[in-house]
Write a protein that binds this ligand. Sequence first.
Ligand code: HAS
Ligand code: CU
Length: 572
Amino acid sequence: MSVQALSGADVKATPQSPPLTAEHLKLVDRVAGWNILVGVLALSIGALLGVFQGLEHARVIDIYPWLQPVIKTYYQGLTLHGALNAVVWTTFFICGFFTFAFVRSLNRPLKYPKLSVIAFFVMLAGLIIAAVPMLMNNATVLYTFYPPLMADWAFYVGLTLLVVGSWIVGYSMYFTYYAWRKENPEVRAPFIALASTITMVLWQIATLGVAAEILFLILPNAFAPVFGYTAPGLDPLLSRTLFWWFGHPLVYFWLLPAYVSWYAMLPAQTNGKMFSEPLARLVFWLFLLFSTPVGFHHQYADPGIPEIWKYIHMLFTFGVGFPSLITAFTVVASLEIGARARGGKGYLRWIGRLNWGDPSYAAQNLAMILFIFGGIGGIINASYNVNMATHNTMWVPGHFHLTVGSASTLTFFGITYWLVPKLTNRKLFTPKLALAQAWTWFFGMLFFSNAYHTLGLVFSVPRRTMLGQAPYYSEQWNLQMMESVLGLAFLTISATLYFAIMLFTWILPRKLDKPIEMPVAQPLDPKPAPKWLDTWWPWLNGAIALVILSYGPMLFQLIRDAEFWSRGIRVW
Ligand code: HAS
Ligand code: CU
């Protein structure tokens, strides 16, 4: 076997596997395209609602009287904003992007392509079923749906289908990966295929928590009025614990697709190489290990969980920050190789030589810069005692608009700038507008999140509150509120541009001059990664063991002592 075939790089020829036909790729691209279309539509509506939220907070306009024919309350708007942006846009985009990238990276057809098609329709059905009660103001429980808040049953059934659909996307990948492995026992799995499969396995482990919460605790209560039996009641602490088992790794389900692109695609978009392919693999394995046993960092303020468990989860949280620190250094090194190949010089002057003129590149690099601040904020949140100052304040929306709203979302925008032209065979409408879109998002999020961080930390302004109506609204907040409105202005322009760019790319008949290929960065060192970085069992078993150790004793205690005294309530 040649060195090339053994290398950890995306191996082009794997003759042992069935060939990828044009027809198969067409199907894969169609499925990817459907997913991305739904994602972009959800984002467009969700983003608009976000602007209303922000304007309400800043008392720019009293939105709810005139929005009421469509959106009854602030909390309904906030539920839709969170669900459509954080859950629907991300999940659909990720499933589409992974299906596309996984097949190309593995250079093998999907083993059961119908699974990927079915998955999309299950997810779509879930979205529609959950959207109806949300739009009718029957599921105003925010995207975390903490019991005892109780939505219409359809909300939970829809969410369940959305998650089950995304599991099926994963199963389609696992079967294919397994078949490929049997056909190519000696070859290292190509990085993009491996990293996206690890992400889907992480998602599978994570979603077990929320699946248990919905199936065993919530649905028996939500179905009670439908079938006319007495609701068995709820234990809010047990529900929240199962939710956060899922809720933290959820954020890595959003982040790791961006990391797939930053590690293995972005360097190729600026003449760079992967600085260390083995380290990139290690980073993904570490995420599989440490993403889940950290959920109590969202529950530091919850009574009923002994401090020692909060400390243990805090330590693991610092552990899961580590692979991101590796990422910061190695991805920058990969980009620097590119900038120097493009004639860049000096300690920092090379940065100017990166491929800033390409909107796909620029959007992703800007996303990385915002993530430095988002990540630092995360580590601050994770510190048990400092969290007491930031928890439930506007600091937290400040944090997650830099992470899911920037690191992930702005990266996904960047990816769509090559992927959507590729899928539609149409030219991007237009690179200059797309550049403007990326920069306006960057400055928008910078101002917006800076303002919210300050409001939370300095003035303890609470999050998830209809601030515009609050009797304690303070003049002291004015400066930051103005800054947030400036950010919102940029973000509104940016979101409008993005929607227009996607729409016109899709509908205008401007065929591509030359075909687009998925960018794949080659490793700097062609030596294959060590076998232990291409082996599932230690990492997967380790991840399961850590989940059992970090959650087992507490869950045992919470289930043993559970008291289902709380009835589901509707507070809106
Ligand atoms: Fe977080 C709350 C801790 C990352 C999302 N987080 C949230 C919530 C969301 C969220 C949505 O410990 C709110 C949940 C709710 O509704 O209640 N978070 C962390 C930690 C990390 C972290 C330790 N979060 C994320 C990511 C998210 C996300 C990623 C979405 C995608 N978070 C918390 C905690 C809370 C929390 C507490 C609870 C708060 C509370 O009290 O309620 C870490 O993973 C962060 C590690 C990241 C870094 C940054 C590495 C930087 C990189 C970029 C390098 C780029 C360079 C630029 C150098 C250490 C990789 C190069 C430039 C050139 C020009 C070349
Ligand atoms: Cu978290």
